[in-house]
Ligand binder design. Structure first.
Ligand SMILES: [Ca+2]
Ligand SMILES: [Ca+2]
Length: 399
């Protein structure tokens, strides 16, 4: 029954999308977004953009004038995110909106100051795996998007617990997320005492779940070729307590900060949010973990809960369930939008084992060096739906 409902819903969305493309007369309704924040802050922003992402993934972006953005949208459910550009900072906010065949005259979005533009950021991530049930070919490419040398030492990478389409069990009764991120599976980090592992401006490092040539694996009857060779990765995630994990001795290993469960580093193959955080200068990893491993009432087991204040980059890769429900797990100040994998280029289908990656948009190339979009709004910063993964993808111009 659930399967039938899912197929029917996809068919409805497909018809809906086709109708929009073909019929220019499709009825649109006016959504008036009223942006609230401090007057002085408002005047510090050079531009404010409002972006609506529909349930089927179509994106509409408009500029706001005098704190008001007017979107023209067909009936449906949307996530509206607003980003104000104030140079080193952005101001961000988001809300949900249902357009039910009527104008929405007064949708309020209040803005908060987001994190500064990231220095070390996710450039490309790949964790969907390929058929059949092969998921150890994941990789995470991190990039120095700044103009100064940055250090990997003490940078933590982790997977945020989600509700698999429903609201996270860590949210309160109103659905509000806590100001920390509960980590699932394994949380890993770069070793080093502070400045042992530099990354030059415009350079990236590739972290492999397993640093082998996945495209050379022997295929069974229903298997697909993995799109990636990770034998020359810069770093490898090796879980010493896992009987199944393998260690390429030529590729240095990240260390494990905290383990909950799992054979290896494994975000859900349908998508799960990722964060990068920086160990505070006055902590060791042992003391940080001891102070932040929490088991609030109602939780099945303890988790490493990383306070948002230490997060340096986050991408809210949402997990859709069969009824196309989804729920953000990242706070607006770290990522006011969301992105997702899709198994199909036309409309959303479950991406598990589809062999696609998510990558950030390139905003320009200067003297051969690429710069990537980082407005803390992954609906706008990433290519939605994904594409074929490329390790160390090169750019000659902006997207
Ligand atoms: Ca591994
Ligand atoms: Ca290794």
């Amino acid at each position: 029954m659930k399967k039938f409902l899912f197929v029917a819903l996809v068919a409805v969305f497909a018809a809906f999308t086709a109708c929009n493309d073909d019929d220019k007369e499709a009825q649109k309704y006016q959504v008036t977004v009223k942006i609230t924040c401090d007057e002085a802050e408002l005047s510090s922003m050079s531009s404010i953009k409002a972006t609506a992402v529909s349930e089927s993934g179509s994106v509409t972006t408009v500029d706001a004038q005098n704190g008001v953005a007017i979107l023209k949208l067909v009936a449906g459910s949307y996530t509206i995110s607003v980003v104000g550009d104030a140079g080193a900072y952005n101001y961000v906010g988001s809300t949900r909106c249902v357009v039910a065949e009527a104008d929405v005259p007064n949708l309020k979005v209040s803005l908060i100051k987001s994190k500064p533009t990231g220095k070390i950021i996710f450039k490309e991530v790949y964790s969907t795996g390929v058929k059949s049930f092969y998921w150890t070919d994941g990789f995470y490419e991190l990039f120095n998007n700044s103009d100064e040398v940055q250090y990997l030492d003490g940078i933590i990478m982790g997977i945020v617990q989600c509700g698999y389409g429903d609201v996270s069990s860590w949210a309160d009764d109103e659905g509000n997320l806590p100001d920390y991120y509960p980590m699932g599976n394994h949380t890993v980090f770069f070793p080093g005492s502070g400045n042992e592992y530099p990354v030059q401006p415009g350079q990236s490092v590739v972290v492999a779940t397993r640093a082998i040539n996945h495209s050379a694996r022997e295929l069974g009857e229903n298997d697909s070729v993995s799109p990636v060779d990770l034998s020359a990765a810069d770093w490898e995630i090796f879980i010493p307590t896992s009987a199944q994990d393998t260690d390429n001795p030529d590729v240095p290993n990240l260390e494990v900060a905290y383990s909950q469960f799992g054979f290896d580093f494994m975000p859900a193959v349908s998508g799960q949010a990722l964060i990068l955080a920086k160990l505070p200068a006055d902590s060791t990893m042992e003391s940080f973990v001891a102070n932040n491993a929490l088991k609030p009432e109602g939780q099945y087991r303890a988790a490493l809960c990383i306070p948002s204040e230490y997060v340096i980059d986050a991408v809210d890769i949402v997990y859709f369930n069969e009824d196309l429900k989804k729920s953000k797990t990242i706070l607006d100040l770290d990522d006011s939008g969301y992105t997702y994998y899709s198994g199909s280029d036309d409309e959303w289908t479950d991406p598990m084992y589809c062999g696609k990656s998510l990558r950030r948009k390139c905003v320009g190339v200067s003297n051969g060096r690429a710069y990537f979009k980082d407005t803390n709004n992954s609906s706008d910063d990433f290519i939605l739906g994904g594409q074929k993964p490329v390790v160390r993808r090169t750019f000659t111009s902006a997207d």
